[in-house]
Design a protein around this ligand. Structure first.
Ligand SMILES: CC(C)(COP(=O)(O)OP(=O)(O)OC[C@H]1O[C@@H](n2cnc3c(N)ncnc32)[C@H](O)[C@@H]1OP(=O)(O)O)[C@@H](O)C(=O)NCCC(=O)NCCS
Length: 130
């Protein structure tokens, strides 16, 4: 398995991976635009070079880095791939002095806490308009 930062990627390949859990985007060109707007991304590929994991990073390049779309293909989950992606992500952010921010479900808090991410203790709240 290979973990890479800013790997060249066929956007349809990414969309197919996202679609496996209903996160696909109707137009791959929109996904391509989204990737262009990213600060970066990390991919995981198996020995056959298939895309099996991904995470996207949006950042101002100064302080904050928003973590989006962490995904491991369902056939490969539970094998430590999500952990490897997160470890690489934390390493890259630390090298660039960026602080990660992400929204997640309470059930996933224990996964992210393994990488030092925790609820804000500074009173920050999440505001949305759905
Ligand atoms: C969340 C996800 C990326 C984890 O990837 P993975 O490769 O299966 O995770 P790992 O095999 O590295 O698991 C590491 C540990 O986290 C735990 N874990 C895995 N997925 C978890 C989840 N969704 N919630 C809580 N804990 C989880 C594992 O049990 C394992 O625990 P252990 O170290 O005590 O054995 C993957 O399950 C996924 O793609 N889920 C669907 C998309 C999603 O929900 N992404 C996150 C949204 S913000």
């Amino acid at each position: 398995m290979k973990i890479k930062v800013n790997d060249t990627m066929d956007v349809n390949e990414l969309n197919d991976l996202l679609k496996t859990i209903g996160w696909g985007v109707s137009s791959s060109s929109k996904l391509e635009e989204s990737l262009k707007l990213s600060w970066g991304w990390i991919t995981a590929r198996d020995d056959l070079n298939r895309l099996i994991g991904f995470v996207q990073i949006l950042s101002d390049g100064i302080k904050h880095a928003y973590i989006l779309r962490l995904i491991v293909h369902k056939d490969f989950q539970g094998n430590g791939i999500g952990t490897k992606i997160m470890e690489k992500l934390m390493e890259v952010l630390e090298e660039n002095n960026l602080s990660p921010i992400l929204l997640t479900k309470p059930s996933e808090e224990s996964f992210y806490s393994k990488f030092g991410l925790s609820r804000s203790n500074k009173g920050f709240i999440s505001l949305f308009k759905w």
